[in-house]
Design a protein around this ligand. Structure first.
Ligand code: HEM
Length: 458
């Protein structure tokens, strides 16, 4: 029943809705279409037709777990050759989803998070070491590059006891290059009529996947040969049997889970931190308020304790607001479990699916007001949150397949923003205009900041 759903006016035969669109910016193009076409619209790319939803009422209906579930489609499905039935890419019916979910969920409990906290601090220390030198020399820092180093080291260290040595390198670790390669390839596959056209890129992609596999196999071998990891994610993957069925993850599945966690565990958090630092540098009053909170809550303690992180309520709102404007996983897909009617208006057959365009849902003026495009952390004050319609803020997805690493990401990002605010003034480059790079995830491109040390000794 697509007939009632609007689409761009100029459809090219064969190509579809490609006028004015770029394969490099599918999300930002969709935002532009959404603004023109309304809360539900469709785009055709060659012969395939995609339905996008961003109106609050429609998105809330898609969040109904009784009638809808995650759909593994588009970019996510394109990652299946890399990570198969690991958590993020598993089809709902695949038994390895439940098995891995149950085995790994305790790795994100409060106790587990408390154990990660000191390791997160250690990694943050490496970042501030690097940033201190930049502050002293007056050089700017490469924000997304450094946030990627930080978040990759954090997930590698806390989850797998591994050290990629990112801060000791001048170029990204080859693992990151291979990962960016596979993510970009998965995105590009959506923009061509047949994968055969990307044969050259496909060969590269094979090489990237082989590199990811080799890196992870080495990491697992080292763990098996050496001492354990104190119950970290890798220990759970290798040793924990399902509490009820006694089943364990196969070696092949462990490899896929490790790649999944190394990628899902750092790329989006890196973007979230980078956008937050961009906004902080551009909104000095917000930065001052956040910094005052850090000084008040953390006092002179040389390092914050675990419980002192969640107490940074305003810093957390800065992060929430950054993820509102640029949810770094900018969409997720939902499919009908049985024939149904979306929001009482759009009939959907069993298995039919739509993309929830989070990045646009988060800018719906009916929910967020006429100033929805403006950065304002006060939108996340408790009263304002309570007054808002449910299911209108979804940076971590929805339902059973929502992000397992949400608390991990929020703890890490709040901690790091607190540490950076306490230590530096963030000075923007006045000539910089926010540009957003897309590779399934979103990242500010070319963002550099200059730093001034606040506390010379802390
Ligand atoms: C799933 C966003 C951080 C691991 C998801 C989904 C979203 C998301 C939207 C659902 C995707 C879908 O419905 O198709 C984010 C954002 C993050 C973040 C915005 C940071 C700001 C993390 C971290 C980890 C992680 C730190 C691991 C340590 C996963 C995994 C899934 C997932 C394994 C699949 C869960 C399942 O299907 O059972 N994430 N994520 N994510 N995320 Fe995250």
């Amino acid at each position: 029943e697509l007939g009632r759903i609007p689409h761009p006016p100029y459809r090219l035969p064969l190509f579809g809705d490609v006028l004015g669109a770029s394969p490099r910016t599918p999300v930002q193009d969709s935002l532009a279409y959404g603004r023109r076409l309304g809360p539900i619209f469709r785009r055709r790319v060659f012969r395939r037709e995609f339905v996008f939803v961003w109106g609050a009422r429609l998105a809330a209906d898609l969040a109904d777990e009784k009638r809808f579930a995650k759909h593994v489609g588009l970019g996510v499905a394109n990652l299946r050759p890399v990570v198969g039935d690991a958590l993020f890419t598993a089809y709902n019916h695949e038994p390895n989803w439940q098995l891995a979910h149950d085995v790994l969920a305790p790795g994100f409990s409060r106790e587990a998070m408390e154990a990660y906290h000191p390791m997160m601090l250690d990694v943050a220390d490496r970042l501030t070491g690097h940033w201190d030198r930049a502050a002293a020399s007056g050089d700017g820092v490469d924000v997304p590059g450094d946030m990627t180093k930080l978040t990759l080291e954090t997930i590698a260290r806390t989850g797998f006891g591994h050290d990629f040595g990112s801060f000791e390198r001048s170029r990204p670790h080859p693992f990151v290059t291979a990962m960016v390669g596979t993510l970009s390839y998965a995105q590009r596959l959506n923009t061509v009529p047949s994968p055969g056209l990307l044969w050259r890129a496909a060969r590269r992609n094979e090489a990237d996947i082989a590199y990811l596999d080799r890196t992870v196999d080495e990491l697992v071998r080292a763990r098996r040969a050496g001492p354990g990891g104190d119950g970290d994610l890798l220990d759970r993957m290798l040793e924990t049997a399902h509490p009820e069925t006694g089943e364990r993850l196969s070696a092949r599945n462990v490899r896929r889970q490790v790649i999944t966690f190394l990628v899902a565990g750092h790329e989006t958090t890196s973007g979230a931190l980078s956008f937050a630092l961009h906004y902080l540098s551009r909104h000095p009053a917000v930065a001052a308020r956040a910094r005052a909170e850090v000084d008040r809550v953390w006092g002179d303690a040389p390092v914050p304790g675990y419980d002192q992180v969640a107490k940074l309520r305003y810093v957390r709102r800065v992060l929430d607001e950054s993820l509102r404007l640029w949810p770094t996983a900018p969409a997720f897909a939902r499919e009908a479990r049985a024939d149904t009617v979306l929001a009482g208006e759009h009939p959907m057959r069993r298995g039919a699916w739509a993309l929830v365009l989070t990045a646009m849902l988060h800018r719906d003026p009916q929910v967020w007001g006429a100033d929805a495009e403006e950065f304002d952390p006060d939108r996340f004050e408790a009263g304002a949150v309570r007054a808002r319609a449910p299911h209108t803020y979804k940076p971590f997805g929805t339902g059973a397949r929502a992000c397992i690493g949400r608390q991990f990401a929020l703890h890490e990002a709040t901690l790091v923003l607190g540490l950076l605010l306490r230590r530096y003034e963030l000075l923007p480059d006045p000539g910089y205009r926010l540009r957003v790079a897309e590779r399934l995830t979103l990242m500010p491109e070319g963002l550099r900041l200059r730093l001034e040390r606040r506390t010379p000794t802390a």
